[in-house]
Ligand binder design. Structure first.
Ligand SMILES: [Zn+2]
Length: 120
C-alpha cells in the first residue's frame, strides 16, 4: 500500500478483499488475504455479480459516458460501503469508479475495456 503525506490510506475488508479507496487523492489500493491482487480480480470479487443497468452521460467524470451497475441484493450492495461516496476513484489503469451508495459507476477511457465491460 502506498502512502502520500497528505492523506491516510486505510484498508476496508470485504470478505477476502481489502480496498483502500482515498476520498482525498482518489487512489485505490487492492489487497487480498493471500497478498497482492490485480485490480480486475479484486473488482470481480467485489462487484462481479452486479448487473449492468446501462450507460449514462456524466458531467465531471473521467469519460463522457459511464457504466451503471446495480447490486443484485442488499447484502451485495453493502460492498459499496467500502468506497467513499460521490468521488471518482482510480480503480486501475484507465479505469475509474464512483458510487452514491446505491449503484456502482465505472468510467474508462479505453474503448476496448468499455466494450469488455458492457459485453459489446
Ligand atoms: Zn490519498
Amino acid at each position: 500500500m502506498s502512502e502520500n503525506r497528505w492523506c491516510e490510506h486505510k484498508p476496508v475488508w470485504v470478505g477476502r478483499i481489502a480496498v483502500s479507496a482515498c476520498e482525498d487523492c482518489g487512489q485505490v489500493d487492492w489487497l487480498s488475504n493471500e497478498g497482492p491482487i490485480d485490480h480486475a480480480e479484486a473488482m470481480a470479487a467485489l462487484f462481479g455479480n452486479y448487473d449492468l443497468a446501462g450507460t449514462m452521460e456524466a458531467l465531471g467524470a473521467p469519460s463522457s459516458e459511464v457504466l451503471v451497475y446495480m447490486p443484485p441484493s442488499a447484502r451485495k450492495r453493502r460492498h459499496l460501503d467500502a468506497l467513499p461516496r460521490r468521488t471518482w476513484l482510480k480503480a486501475g489503469p484507465r479505469l475509474w469508479m464512483s458510487t452514491d451508495g446505491e449503484v456502482l459507476l465505472l468510467a474508462t477511457t479505453q474503448r476496448l475495456m468499455f466494450e469488455n465491460l458492457t459485453g459489446a
